[in-house]
Design a protein around this ligand. Structure first.
Ligand code: 4NP
Length: 159
């Protein structure tokens, strides 16, 4: 029997920088592994400042330099996401706190996982820093952290 799909939702504050980038990075890994039919991957924000927008231009430029086209349209995370997804992955402690606030049950709350839990041991970061008010190096750092974390996430869920 075929196993259930892996259903992963990435969450940050604005849903225009970190989480749509994470969605793009993991979708790229999954496509290259020929597993597109086995995964449902999406992203959302705890805030509602940018609903309907494409990811931030700076994030799209930096992602494109790594061969990723980010086409997600910003949306706010909703209670129903806890039914639709198995892993709800927050980028920083604030995202996790806000997700816990809207989790509809203790079982749902168990689906919330920090992105940093997928970083390599020894990585000095324990969250994905918000690049919104940063320069290019902030966006590059986010993509580096997400590539490392998404690779480990993929390996962990498919081993
Ligand atoms: P993100 O970055 O949470 O990685 O999408 C941000 C984007 C927008 C804002 C904050 C963070 N904002 O305040 O509009």
């Amino acid at each position: 029997m075929k196993h259930k799909k892996h259903k992963v939702l990435f969450v940050c504050l604005g849903n225009i920088c970190r989480s749509p980038a994470a969605e793009g990075v993991l979708k790229d890994i999954v496509a290259k592994e020929g597993q597109e039919d086995e995964w449902i991957i999406d992203s959302a924000g705890t805030g509602r400042y940018h609903i309907g927008e494409l990811p931030d231009t700076r994030m799209r430029v930096h992602a494109r330099q790594r061969g990723l086209e980010l086409t997600h349209r910003c949306r706010q995370v909703e209670t129903e996401d806890f039914d639709k997804f198995d892993f709800i992955i927050g980028m920083d402690a604030n995202n996790i706190k806000n997700l816990k606030r809207i989790a509809p049950s203790p079982e749902a709350e168990k689906k919330i996982v920090p992105m940093a839990s997928f970083f390599n041991p020894g990585n000095r970061w324990d969250y994905v820093p918000d690049p919104y008010y940063e320069g290019s190096e902030g966006f590059e750092l986010v993509l580096d952290l997400l590539e490392e974390g998404c690779r480990n996430l993929f390996d962990r869920l498919t081993e």
